[in-house]
Structures are given as C-alpha cells and as structure tokens.
Write a protein that binds this ligand. Structure first.
Ligand code: SF4
Length: 630
C-alpha cells in the first residue's frame, strides 16, 4: 500500500526516466560484450547509410556503426558525469557542512569565496583550463568537478542549516553529544538525502557541459567517441546523413532529461522545509545587564533573573526577561502561556541551548552548582546525565534515518560508557519501562514505523536513559491525540515518582497541565506574570491573563459543538512592547495606571502576580478542569 502510494507520487515519468538511465548505463558497461560492430571499424557498412537491421542508427561518413559509437560514447559522458559529481561532492560537501554547522566566521569566509567562485563564467573557465592543461578524460573530470563545487557548497550548507536547527539535533545536544558526533550521526545522514537527489541533476549538468567541450574538440580525443564529439563529426554530413547527428543528440537529450527528471522528483519527495529555527543575525553587540545579588538556595533547580535577548534589525527582542523560580526534587513545575510567551526559550536558556546570537543573562543553579558559569563542553556532562528533555513533536525529535535502537543506546554508550550489548539490554529495559510493547523489536524499527504516542514514549525513554535529576518536557503532548496525551502525562508523573526527579512541564494548554503540576508560572511577553502553587493559581487566579487562559481552556463539561473561548487580541510585538502592562490591550480590567507603569511581580502570601488591579482572591469556577495539584 505504502509502496503503491510512493510509486504514484513519483509518477510514470520518473519510472520511465529511471528505466532509460539504467538502459544507457547497462549499455555503457556492457559495450564491449554487446553484439555490436567495433566503434572504430571503418566500412562496417556503406558510408552515410540510414538505419537498417544491421546498423539500427545507420553509419557515419567512414562507414562506422553509429549505434556502437553512441554506446561507447555513453561511457565517456556517464564516466565524466559520475567523476565530476563525486569530485564536486568530495570538495563541496565538507565545506557546506562546515559553513552550515559552524556558522559565524567559517560560514562568512566560505560563502564569500563561494560567491566569488560562482561569479566566474563557468564554460569560459573550463575552455581555458582544458585548452591549457590538455584535452583528456582526467582534466575534463577535474575541471567540471571543480566547477560544480560552489553549487554543492550552497546546497549542503542550506540543508545543514535546516537540519542543525531540528529538534533531534537539539535532543542529541541535550543528551550531551559532541559536535562531531552530532554532525556525523544526526546531520550528515539527513543532508545525504537532498544531496543524492541533486547528484542526478548534477549529472545532467555535467553531461551537457562535457558535450559542449567535446563539440569544441576539448574533451576526450578521437578515436574514442563522445556524444558531443559525434554531434560535431556529423555536422559536416548532416544533409546526407542526418542520423549521424540525430542519434547521439536524441540519446544525449533523453539522458539529460531523465537525470533532471529523476533528480527533480527525488528532490520534491525529500524536500527540506525551513522550520524557522534559524536564529536572527545579530545587528550590534549587546551586553546582558548584571544579575542582582541573590542567595543560593538549598533546592534542586534555581533560576535567578534569567534573561534571553536578541538584537534584531527591528530592535531588542526580550524573549525571556527576568524569570526566577525554584524547584524541589519530586515536584512538577508547569510553565504556561500562549505561543511566543517565552516558555520554550526559557527552557533552552536553562539548558544553555541558545542560538549563538542570543544574549543570555541571569544564573541557573543545579543543586547549588552554577550552570551558567560552565562552558558548552562542561555542560555536556550535565545534559543527559542530570538534565533530560522531551520535545514537542516526537517525529522531529527523532532522527528519521536512524533506528530507534541506535538512538536510544547512544546516550547510554556516550555517557554511561556501556558496551554495545549492555546498552541494548538497558534500552530494552528503558522502552519497557515507558510502556512500549515488544521493546526488542521496537529497537530495530525506524521512527516512521511507530505511532505518535509510541514515538513520544521513545523520546521519554531517551531523556531518562541517564537518570536525570530534572526532566524538561516542552509541550510533550501537543502533537498527540487527546487520549494519548493523558497516557503520556500519566507516564511522566509515574516516572517522576519512581525516580524521585523534578519535572518542568511546558504547555500552552492549562487543561493539560493543571492536573499534574505542583507549582505553576504563567508567562506573558517573556515575563512571569503569575506564580504560585498550581491549585491556588488555577483555582484563584489573581492576574487577568491567567484568568483568560483558564477561560480559554476546553472543559470536560463543555457541551458538544461548543464554540471555544479565545483570548481577544494578539500578544504584543516583543520588539516593540507597549508602555505599562504588556497585557493592557487585551485586558478587560485595565485602568489608567496600566498604560504608563509596568506592574512589578508582587509576592503575596506565597504567590506572586504582576497586576495593578488583581482579581479578588475568591474561588474561580473551574468545573470540569482537574486542579488537584498532584
Ligand atoms: S496591570 Fe492592568 S492591564 Fe495589566 S493585567 Fe492588570 S489590570 Fe490588566
């Protein structure tokens, strides 16, 4: 069924083109054993004769068999194509990987040189070099291969940029993998997919280029036939024997068309879409403000005045602005807010997984150890063994081209130094602990062969593999069905109890987290606007934004076909925050003071809220929403 759908998506043209390429390839490989006249045998038939049973493509001016010459010419054209593509790939791919993965200076230098190289008129350059160095197979391959390098650099860099921002790369980083390992295990296998489709298009380009050189007499020399050379030879007798020109022209045209078509269909099938994770370029340098003095508390996780800012051409974006909280072992902290409120960026700030352009401030302590003072290399010993992460979409958090077994065993082997067999046994145990049936078989499968719920269980198993103290779950149920959501949250809760770890649960959906959180912080426009015990915050919200979020949450008691409540208006532009309270334009309780003075986060009886006109501390009806704080 799946194979049938794939075949239909590729289309009949793809299969015809593939068939033609295979036919030409086979003919070229078997040219010496095929029952054909020798390509250089003169008077194999009457000169300039048309197609006949003995000579299907006719003969040329010297009576040589045109079919035999076209078949032998395919060897040169395909050989040059393959050699030049491999050479271009061998030089261009490492440069593209380096530019796309390292960014910064390496990217700037490589791409500047690449732009210069692309500015050269390619054919003129090829003509000059071949004419100077000599027209032979080796030189033609080298020249055409080198000319293809800029295109390879650009393609590989683009794909690397895209994949380097994917969640499975972030997940590998969270598990403490080194750059080299991430590059080879996570990025390269994925970049290979678009690269292989481009290789077909590259073959077509090189075949045309070689044909052009041969036509000008600057490729492999006679008597070895080449398609371009055959066309050139036939030019003078075209009026008497058009078949001498037509035969190699048609074969070359069909071959180039086929390579283009196959490459194009494969590219469409494996197209890499930008996912918007590429960081903004930094316009000017910025320095984070120093964090005010604070005591280091006796708790598992302490965030103090965490700030993550970006300098963009549109202004300073304060994605996270002064967030503080503490978290004890065995507790769950929910971080809630709308999309873009800074929840996920807060998690990345704590984990130290920010784009290079981010300006980070504040301090994060793990059992009193200042994580923000650690270098990226030092953080590797913390990411995975002490801090685990589960991402939103398990499909993107898992590398699609690696088996589940390879991905689950990797952190065990890297961090816990387990041997292959021991890591596999532990992986089976881990998968079983997160409720995956037949874990040994699952290890041999690929992510696309599992359901969404099973994939998320796999990512949870990976996050737990090194026994972290804190598990960060960033919207872990958003990509799942409602019934699966509950199973996953129950699983996280059970694992927290069993392992005595802390959980930071990020979600935009209060109905999802209300049941499982002990404490909650509500974020709006990068800031904490309400904080406190979950039962109190969800039961008696003091900040109008929290109340609006609760009212927008779907309830079990809502009637069928009930119109979902939404918060009116839109979140503010983080690059252009309004004066006063950032929620003012959407707030039904706003007063004059709200327009001029930003409300500070005020601590009142174990809770905190940022509002000039807080809601009365009476119970809010949350009928149908679980708020038991367990
Ligand atoms: S400070 Fe004013 S605008 Fe902001 S939430 Fe409170 S009442 Fe609404």
């Amino acid at each position: 069924m799946r194979r049938g759908r794939l075949s239909a998506r590729l289309g009949l043209g793809f299969w015809l083109a593939t068939g033609w390429i295979l036919l030409v390839l086979l003919a070229a490989l078997l040219a010496d054993v095929l029952p054909l006249a020798r390509y250089d045998e003169t008077l194999a038939g009457p000169p300039r004769s048309g197609p006949s049973p003995a000579h299907p493509f006719g003969t040329d001016g010297l009576g040589r068999d045109v079919l035999s010459r076209v078949v032998h010419g395919a060897r040169v054209s395909l050989g040059v194509g393959l050699g030049a593509v491999l050479l271009g790939l061998a030089i261009g791919a490492p440069l593209g990987l380096l530019a796309g993965y390292r960014r910064k200076a390496a990217d700037a230098v490589i791409m500047a040189l690449n732009d210069v190289a692309q500015a050269f008129p390619a054919l003129v350059f090829a003509l000059a070099v071949v004419a100077f160095a000599g027209a032979n197979l080796r030189n033609v391959i080298i020249v055409l291969g080198v000319l293809g390098v800029p295109s390879w650099v650009r393609l590989v860099r683009g794909s690397t940029l895209t994949y380097a921002g994917r969640e499975f790369v972030l997940a590998a980083r969270v598990l403490g993998a080194r750059d080299r390992r991430i590059l080879w295990r996570e990025v390269v296998p994925n970049v290979a997919v678009p690269a292989s489709s481009y290789a077909f298009i590259g073959m077509a380009v090189v075949i045309v280029a070689e044909g052009s050189l041969a036509f000008l007499g600057l490729s492999v020399q006679a008597p070895t036939p080449t398609w371009g050379g055959l066309i050139n030879e036939g030019r003078t007798i075209m009026e008497d024997a058009p078949n001498v020109v037509l035969a190699p022209s048609v074969v070359m045209f069909l071959t180039v068309l086929s390579f283009n078509l196959v490459g194009d269909r494969l590219r469409a099938l494996t197209d890499v879409r930008e996912i918007g994770l590429e960081p903004v370029r930094q316009a000017v340098a910025a320095v984070p403000a120093p964090t005010a003095p604070h005591p280091v508390r006796d708790c598992l996780l302490q965030a103090e005045d965490v700030r993550t800012h970006f300098v963009t051409p549109r202004g300073l974006v304060k994605a996270v602005d002064g967030v503080s909280f503490t978290l004890e072992r065995g507790r769950t902290l929910a971080v809630v807010g709308e999309s873009g409120s800074g929840k996920s960026m807060l998690i990345r700030s704590i984990l130290g997984l920010l784009p290079g352009t981010a300006v980070r401030g504040g301090t994060v302590y793990l059992s009193g150890d200042d994580l923000t003072a650690r270098s990226p290399a030092e953080m590797r010993s913390v990411l995975g063994p002490r801090l685990g992460t589960v991402f939103q979409d398990p499909m993107t958090a898992l590398n699609p081209v690696r088996t589940i077994g390879a991905q689950v065993t990797e952190p065990l082997r890297v961090h816990l130094r387990m041997g292959r067999r021991q890591a596999r046994e532990e992986a089976v145990r881990l998968l079983a602990s997160v409720g995956i049936p037949d874990p040994a078989r699952t290890l041999r499968r690929y992510p696309h062969q599992l359901s969404g719920g099973m994939r998320q269980r796999v990512t949870i198993a990976m996050a737990l593999s090194c026994g972290p103290d804190v598990l960060f779950a960033d919207e872990p149920t958003t990509a799942l069905d409602v019934t699966i959501q509950d199973q996953v949250l129950r699983l996280l809760h059970r694992l927290r109890e069993e392992r005595d770890m802390a959980v930071v649960l990020v979600s935009h959906d209060l109905s999802v987290v209300a049941r499982w959180a002990d404490e909650v912080i509500v974020m709006y426009a990068g800031r904490v606007v309400e904080r406190g015990p979950a039962a109190e915050v969800f039961g008696r919200p003091r900040m109008p934004y929290t109340e609006a979020l609760l009212q927008a949450a779907p309830r079990l008691t809502d009637p069928a076909h009930h119109r979902l409540r939404v918060i009116s208006g839109r979140p503010p532009d983080l690059a252009d925050l309004p004066a006063g309270c950032a929620f003012r334009a959407r707030c039904a309780y706003a007063g004059d003071r709200c327009a001029t003075e930003p409300p500070p986060l005020t601590e009142v009886e174990g809770r905190a809220y940022a509002c000039w006109h807080p809601l009365p501390s009476t119970e809010t009806s949350l009928e149908g929403t679980h708020v038991d704080g367990r």
